[in-house]
Ligand binder design. Structure first.
Ligand SMILES: NC(=O)c1ccc[n+]([C@@H]2O[C@H](COP(=O)([O-])OP(=O)(O)OC[C@H]3O[C@@H](n4cnc5c(N)ncnc54)[C@H](OP(=O)(O)O)[C@@H]3O)[C@@H](O)[C@H]2O)c1
Length: 261
């Protein structure tokens, strides 16, 4: 089916007139989210930490497809940079309605080899980063009232743990707790806060993590018998970002092929 043959989406799924910030929008899942939110009509701030060229490419792709986007470089673990950048985004783009806390890193290692430094860096990006972005964005999201959205990209590993990923799991479980608390806190103003927990998605983060045998074993453990695509995570995020999801908050939406049914 070509794009022109596809039935139009209902207006409640569209994001026209909304401004969205996607952290870690330069690659992988964040890139898919930024591209889809723009395709649904949002103006998108594409954040990156190091991959400036990749972020500019995402902006070019969005612009070429008729959308609006701009790249913003800052490290989500640098709270002062987060505050200044979010202020700048609001000034440049005219507001902020949707925050997608997607930027993340994974430092893996069994407990005996893991280090407190690695734990602290993981928490700084995956958890403190999301907290700092949410805090800096909160007043603009509150102004957006029932259009205000925070969507946190956690992980199946934060729900069920994984040997060798204690640091990553702790950060993602923390992100789920943050999601539920902020959902309660911001609900009186109509702002919703949800988490999406991807399973195994093909991106740079997961490239080379498994040899062929381990990958086959993983796929055998997934009821849908395949790994996921970043675009499939983006679909869940775009839905939660839309007016159609206005009555959903504090939810953890699993996009994992049934991995933890
Ligand atoms: N892939 C999976 O199977 C999977 C499963 C569950 C959850 N997740 C979660 O989904 C999110 C995206 O993962 P991915 O697989 O797309 O990872 P990825 O391909 O490694 O991309 C990570 C993105 O995060 C950005 N980033 C990293 N550190 C940052 C920082 N300090 N400040 C700002 N941006 C930063 C990177 O930007 P730069 O390149 O500019 O540094 C990049 O855009 C992560 O939160 C991850 O934990 C992934």
């Amino acid at each position: 089916m070509t794009d022109s043959e596809k039935p139009a989406l209902p207006s409640s799924w569209q994001l026209t007139g909304k401004v969205a910030l996607v952290t870690g929008g330069s690659r992988g899942i964040g890139k898919a989210i930024a591209t889809l939110l723009a395709a649904r009509g949002a103006t998108v701030a594409v954040n990156y930490a190091r991959s400036e060229a990749a972020a500019e490419e995402v902006v070019e792709t969005i612009t070429a497809a008729g959308g609006t986007a701009r790249a913003y470089g800052f490290d989500v673990a640098d709270t002062a940079a987060v505050d200044a950048s979010i202020k700048g985004i609001v000034k440049d783009l005219g507001g902020l309605h949707i925050l997608v806390n997607n930027a993340g890193i994974s430092i893996d290692g069994l407990l005996l080899r893991a280090s407190v430094d690695d734990l602290q860096r993981t928490l700084a990006v995956n958890l403190t980063g999301a907290f700092a972005c949410s805090k800096a964005a909160a007043r603009y999201l509150l102004k957006a009232r029932t259009a205000g959205r925070i969507i946190n990209i956690a992980s199946v590993v934060g729900e069920q743990g994984n040997a060798g990923q204690s640091m990553y799991a702790a950060s993602k479980a923390g992100l789920i707790g943050l999601t539920k608390s902020l959902a309660r806190e911001l609900a009186p103003r109509g702002v919703t806060v949800n988490a999406v927990t991807p399973g195994f998605i093909e991106t740079d983060m997961t490239a080379g993590v498994f040899d062929e045998a381990a990958r086959a074993a993983l796929i055998a453990s997934i009821p849908l018998s395949r790994v996921g695509d970043a675009a499939e995570v983006a679909e869940a995020v775009a839905y939660l970002a839309s007016p159609a999801a206005a009555y959903i908050t504090g939810h953890v939406l699993r996009v994992n092929g049934g991995l933890n049914i």
